[in-house]
Design a protein around this ligand. Structure first.
Ligand code: NAD
Length: 495
């Protein structure tokens, strides 16, 4: 694969104040998961480097927040054009460092670009409200203003799409931004920073730092960071939420998932099985919206498992499905398959001995007759492992889903409108699909789960994203003239 010219460096730079620099200090390794070899290194930033990035963002804020929203949106339009032009290049970077197949990576870049398309229209959503004569000669209006310097901390599984859930919306709303992408696949963020600069973004408005807990903590505790968006695993999401809340910062922290698909006996089982195979094994199961647990209702169970077995066995490693992110993660996923066997689940497809021996590949695994008490059901495995539970009725299936502590996405397969309507109403999950296996909302809706899949009040992108990255101010005005009564000591009623 051709490496983009700016990424020939052995060490991925940080991006501060419109410039790429490689800071001194600790380094981590970035792997190519398909070969298992180190592709490049990444700096693990110190508090001092984080300080420089936040300082640059804080210095750029006053001018950027005063740009007319339309002018900011034009920069994003130009960025969108550049993303389109460089879509394949970005997808290739994702494939090289994450391991997902090129068509899958291309699709994820596309979904990210859709958020930029949404952000180009944000001036419309920044409009305030106005009421004339709330009291005699008194008017009230609201302003929607940026919150300030925002930080984004993102996971390894979507190195382009998840950062794009955050910074285009934040920038369009007039904020400046410091991104801390996953240290496992950091290069795409730097490429996006270069494209933003090419699009005309003023230096300092968007910055990228790398690293681990040291860099993250420095961001969370920095006085000049006003809001933090996080996407990653549940324990870290909870930590980010608690730390930010304690420091008085605005925070949205999206966590892990165990997404269910409920299949009713009246469903088109062939269609459902195809959908489930894509949703379970696409991106090697490393998607926060991957279906990892199927609840087969009544007579759907046996034929569905037969279809899933046939289709899971047909997946070609290295063509349909890539490797896992690291050797350590592959070993963890494989140990879950061992665990499922020892817990007494029926292993229908065994992926523990993959056809490709180099790199971090693992085959597809499918378990049947899994129970809610088993660890392979209770934990997020984040790999190509699908578990099937059996339920006697829709009611029982909904109860299983609702007892699970995660609540990101869920899907129902059925031809019954009545069953679907009941499911939509009663299921306690943030994103629901009916005959749609991965119900990721489009960019002008908002993305986010419930319970342990999201800590905070507002979801990402769409109107909730705009609300997260803005604060409203209510302004009451009176322009005194000769008839205006003098203010007194009593509670003003304006009437
Ligand atoms: P992770 O939680 O390990 O890392 C996420 C980010 O947090 C990274 O930038 C990482 O450097 C940082 N981090 C890691 N440990 C930290 C610590 N102790 N203190 C401070 N920061 C720390 O997650 P991951 O392995 O990169 O990504 C996979 C997880 O992300 C899965 O659980 C997946 O479900 C979840 N995810 C959720 C969504 C969602 O929308 N809910 C989307 C994508 C991924």
């Amino acid at each position: 694969m051709n490496k983009p010219a700016d990424l020939k460096l052995d060490t991925v730079p940080v991006w501060i104040n419109g410039r790429a620099v490689v800071p001194a200090g600790r380094l981590g390794e970035v792997y190519n998961p398909a070969t298992g070899h180190v592709a490049r290194r990444v700096p693990f930033c110190s508090e001092e480097v984080v300080e420089q990035a936040v300082k640059a963002a804080a210095a750029a804020l006053p001018a950027w927040r005063d740009w007319p929203p339309l002018r900011r949106a034009r920069i994003l339009q130009e960025f969108l054009s550049l993303l389109k032009k460089h879509q394949q290049e970005l997808a290739a970077i994702v494939t090289e460092e994450h391991g997902k197949t090129l068509p899958d990576a291309t699709g994820s870049v596309q979904r990210g670009m859709e958020v930029v398309e949404f952000a180009c229209g944000i001036p419309h959503l920044l409009k305030g409200e106005h009421s004339e004569n709330v009291g005699t000669g008194v008017d009230t209006h609201t302003r929607r203003q940026p919150v300030g310097v925002c930080a984004g901390i993102t996971p390894f599984n979507f190195p382009v799409m998840v950062p794009l859930w955050m910074f285009p919306v934040a920038l369009a709303c007039g904020n400046t931004f410091v991104l801390k992408p996953s240290e496992k696949d950091p290069s795409a963020s730097i490429r996006m920073a270069e494209l933003l600069k090419q699009a005309g973004l003023p230096d300092g408005v968007f910055n990228v730092i790398h690293g681990d807990k040291v860099a993250v903590d420095a961001l969370l505790l920095h006085r000049d960071v006003s809001a933090v968006s996080f996407v990653g695993s549940t324990p870290i999401a909870r930590y980010i939420y608690e730390t930010c809340a304690k420091a008085g910062k605005r925070v949205q922290a999206l966590g892990g998932a165990k997404n269910h698909a409920v299949v009713l006996p009246d469903a088109d089982l062939e269609f459902a099985a195809d959908a489930l195979i894509g949703a379970a094994y696409g991106s090697a199961g490393e998607r926060c919206m991957a279906v990892s647990a199927v609840v087969a209702v009544g007579s759907a169970g046996d034929p569905l498992v037969k279809l899933l077995e046939k289709k899971a066995n047909a997946i070609k490693l290295g063509v349909d499905m890539g490797p896992l992110i690291t050797g350590q993660h592959r070993d963890k996923v494989r140990s879950y398959v061992d665990k499922g066997v020892s817990e007494g689940a029926k292993l229908v497809v065994d992926g523990r001995d993959p056809s490709i021996k180099e790199g971090f590949y693992l085959g597809t695994s499918l378990f049947d007759h899994v129970t809610p008490a088993m660890e392979i059901y209770r934990n997020e495995i984040f790999g190509p492992v699908l578990v099937v539970l059996r339920a006697g009725s829709l009611e029982e299936a909904i109860a299983i889903v609702n007892r699970n502590p995660y609540a990101n996405g869920v899907a129902l397969f059925t031809e019954s409108g009545g069953a679907a309507r009941r499911f939509e109403s009663e299921v306690q999950v943030g994103m629901v699909g009916v005959n749609v296996p991965i119900p990721v909302p489009v960019a002008f809706f908002s993305f986010g789960g419930w319970k342990n899949s999201l800590f905070g009040d507002l979801h990402v992108h769409g109107m909730e994203g705009v609300k997260f990255y803005t604060r409203t101010k209510a302004i009451t005005t009176r322009w005194p003239h000769q008839d205006t009564p003098a203010p007194g000591l009593n509670m003003p009623t304006l009437g």
